[in-house]
Design a protein around this ligand. Structure first.
Ligand code: SF4
Length: 286
């Protein structure tokens, strides 16, 4: 039966469906109508909303399926194209985000994330600094230059990797992002991870590691071992993806302050390279 909804209601319900998807809720069920019974006005309204939500989800999903099959009949999209679209959707959902207080503490722009949407390797830092805030891309300042050198030393190119941060807006004065800010922002990072489906994630620094792993431990304990990682609260579109392995190393900004630790960071990256089967260029490994 064709369903006609008021455009405003439809928009609101679409928003609700999208919100549910963000929260990891994908399936909606419509309660069978039982014998007629008295309903409080509020509960009746809630049932109408629930039925509409279910119907709208069905309509939206069927529209999505039609769009997908139209796309398929025109040309079979590659996984990379699908990933690009899904990443774009996450960016659209984020919008001009005001979900946490960092939106009003001097950010110039949101620094969403950048790189290969099918990367086998993903780096996750803490949050944007001044250069990133200006350019809208993670790791573009001095620390970014060092990260680029680290990537090159591994025999890879920056465009092979996906790079993102725990929070997408610059904390004022480069302070450490606060817990509520990380918790509010990280669902979007989780969705990015679930789309990219990397084999390995490298957490850059203690803040990234603690937020991804929900472990409170010093760097000396966090580094030098593997963790199994699955993005919390998100269902990957690929049930065959087993999750990523996660390693922890120093943040490049820390290595700029204490270059003696570069050798230790290189050990961490060598562990990653071994797992990914990457042979370093001879000169870089010396
Ligand atoms: S840090 Fe994240 S949650 Fe907070 S305003 Fe920026 S994009 Fe939104």
């Amino acid at each position: 039966m064709a369903l006609t909804l008021d455009p405003e209601l439809r928009r609101a319900l679409a928003e609700r469906v999208r919100y549910c998807h963000e929260m990891g809720i994908y399936d909606f069920y419509r309660r069978e109508s039982g014998p007629a019974e008295f309903k409080e006005p509020e509960s009746a309204a809630s049932e109408v909303l629930s039925a509409s939500l279910s119907a709208t989800s069905t309509v939206l999903q069927s529209e999505l399926r039609e769009e997908m099959s139209a796309r398929k009949s025109a040309a079979v999209p590659s996984v990379a194209e699908d990933n690009i679209l899904e990443i774009k959707l996450i960016r659209e959902d984020l919008g001009e985000c005001t979900r946490c207080k960092l939106h009003q503490q001097g950010r110039k722009q949101i620094v969403f994330g950048v790189g290969n949407p099918r990367a086998e390797l993903m780096f996750v830092g803490e949050g944007p600094g001044a250069d990133e805030d200006t350019q809208g891309e993670p790791f573009v300042g001095r620390a970014g230059q060092l990260l680029n050198n680290m990537i090159k030393a591994m025999g890879l190119r920056r465009e092979d990797i996906y790079i993102a941060n725990i929070v997408k807006c610059r904390p004022p004065g480069n302070r450490t992002p606060e817990r509520d800010e990380c918790e509010t922002c990280s669902p979007f990072l989780m969705r990015q991870i679930a789309v990219v489906k990397p084999k390995v994630i490298v957490a850059l620094g203690a803040v990234a590691a603690k937020n991804l792993l929900a472990i409170n431990a010093p760097m000396s304990e966090l580094r030098g071992r593997w963790y199994d990682f699955k993005p919390a609260g998100v269902r990957s579109g690929d049930p065959s993806w087993p999750g990523a392995r996660l390693a922890v190393t120093y943040h490049p900004a820390f290595l700029l302050r204490d270059p003696r630790q570069k050798g230790e960071a290189w050990k961490d990256l060598q562990m990653v390279m071994k797992y990914l089967g990457i042979e370093p260029p001879k000169k870089a490994a010396e």
